[in-house]
Design a protein around this ligand. Structure first.
Ligand code: ARG
Length: 460
């Protein structure tokens, strides 16, 4: 008997079923079911023999899932129903007892929190690996000079280590975001029933401890209605992917013949089917190309949850595919970025030739003029005019410094000329966080400590 007169329409099943994708939650669902069976036993709902039988059957299903032998059937609506169906095949009526004191609403929210926690930590660990690779590269290239850009126009020279460490710090913030997403999945929804709580005083504290949660969620309605644990992970993946896209883009540009600053290992490039000379940086391009899709995954869940009234609505089933896609894409991209970065070789000659561009000293000349009392805006104008004439007349910029100084008294002119002639425009960047050699050395020391402090903790 059931409430329904007619068979479900196949098309209804097509839109309603989630078994095609939520099978991925099977290991979490089984873990949760073990803990739930123990809680039912503690309440006296299951006797000793029943608990043993259910735990044994769940273990068997776990092995079937692991080995690939588990049969997901098209008619199973979702992973929760599939596992219950299999349990009942094995245990008969007893299988149906496991759903006492729970609803798929708190069950799915709990599976999802377990998934979010596991993958937030995994993404954090992968980010840590990438940070380590970047730091190693920064250390290996200490003292190498490189141009740096604004608007992709040469702006000021810096140390290559400083460039690489910029990414180190960006990924450090990503790592912290991943760990914070794990935190937001740290309270357990289970034990909330459909939304109102249960007619049994299930030991939620015990169950939470068994499943590695810090404790149960405080409000049963919030527990079944909320998906912000998934939003937090999605948002961390979206931001991290955006950072990866910038790194990827930089690799594409820097490896072009026009720049020629670096080359990727052949194992991370492909050839062209028609042009024999080509070595294409496909992996780096894909780091760039995949970022918008991860951002769209975040947008998809924000959209599904927008203005949704409290309680469970089927819209919420749409949480899974974007989340899985974002996690898979980001985890792969992080692995690729670390491996590709490891194999990159930089061309010191090309980098340093570009960093030698004398126009890159223009800001410094303007700064030196301010030391002689010229207001910075005026100095900016004087030096700008000089650059323009150097370009028009095809003369070396540094030979024209004197002409910038025609309005200054003679002692001031010689001070400026002297300040500019022996000047290292990189090491002159002495401010904390700047690219001067001693600041970069300081930064490397702090980065090492930071990496050590953020070391992934061993997990099973
Ligand atoms: N497959 C569902 C989901 O992923 C499980 C929850 C179903 N709950 C319900 N009341 N229909 O969201």
């Amino acid at each position: 008997m059931s409430r329904f007169d007619s068979e479900r329409d196949d098309l209804f099943h097509a839109i309603n079923a989630s078994i095609g994708f939520d099978r991925r939650l099977a290991p979490y669902d089984l873990l949760q079911s073990q803990a739930h069976a123990r809680a039912l036993h503690a309440l006296g709902v299951l006797d000793d023999a029943e608990l043993d039988a259910i735990l044994g059957a769940l273990e068997k299903i776990h092995q079937e899932v692991e080995s690939g032998a588990f049969e997901y059937r098209a008619e199973d609506e979702d992973i929760h129903m599939a596992i219950e169906r299999r349990l009942t095949e094995d245990l008969g009526e007893l299988g149906g007892k496991l759903h006492t004191a729970r609803s798929r609403n708190d069950q799915v929210a709990t599976d999802l929190s377990l998934f979010v926690r596991a993958h937030s930590l995994a993404c954090g660990d992968l980010t840590w690996q990438l940070m380590q690779t970047l730091l190693d590269k920064a250390i290996a290239h200490e003292g190498w000079r490189s141009p740096a850009y604004t608007h992709l126009q040469r702006a000021q020279p810096i140390y290559l280590s400083h460039y690489l460490l910029a990414y180190f710090w960006m990924f450090r913030r990503d790592l912290l975001r991943f760990r914070s997403a794990a935190q937001s999945a740290s309270e357990m929804p289970a034990g909330s029933g459909a939304l109102a709580g249960l007619n049994w005083d299930l030991d939620r504290d015990q169950m939470a401890a068994t499943l590695g949660f810090t404790g149960p969620m405080q409000n049963s309605l919030d527990a079944v209605s909320s998906r912000d644990q998934a939003l937090d992970l999605l948002s961390a993946t979206a931001i991290c992917s955006s950072h990866l896209s910038r790194l990827g883009s930089e690799i594409v540009i820097w490896s072009s013949s026009e720049f020629g600053y670096l080359s990727t290992d052949d194992s991370f490039a492909s050839g062209s089917s028609i042009m024999p000379q080509k070595k294409n940086p496909d992996a780096a391009e894909l780091l760039r190309g995949k970022a918008p899709r991860v951002a769209a995954d975040l947008q998809a869940l924000l959209g599904a949850l927008h203005a949704l009234p409290l309680g469970y609505s089927k819209d919420m089933q749409e949480d899974k595919e974007p989340l899985f896609d974002a996690v898979d894409t980001t985890e792969t991209s992080l692995r690729v970025a670390a491996r590709m970065m490891e194999g990159i070789t930089f061309d010191r000659g090309r980098l340093e030739a570009a960093a030698e561009d004398r126009f890159l000293a223009a800001t410094d000349l303007a700064d030196v003029l301010t030391a002689e009392g010229v207001p910075f805006r005026a100095a900016h104008g004087i030096v700008g005019g000089l650059v323009r004439r150097a370009l028009e007349e095809g003369r070396p910029f540094e030979e024209m410094y004197g002409e910038a100084l025609s309005d200054l008294p003679p002692e001031a002119r010689s001070r400026v000329e002297e300040a500019m002639s022996g000047r290292d425009v990189i090491d002159s960047k002495i401010s904390a966080g700047g690219t001067g050699a001693s600041r970069v050395a300081e930064q490397i020391a702090i980065a090492k400590q930071e990496l050590e402090a953020l070391q992934p903790s061993p997990r099973d």
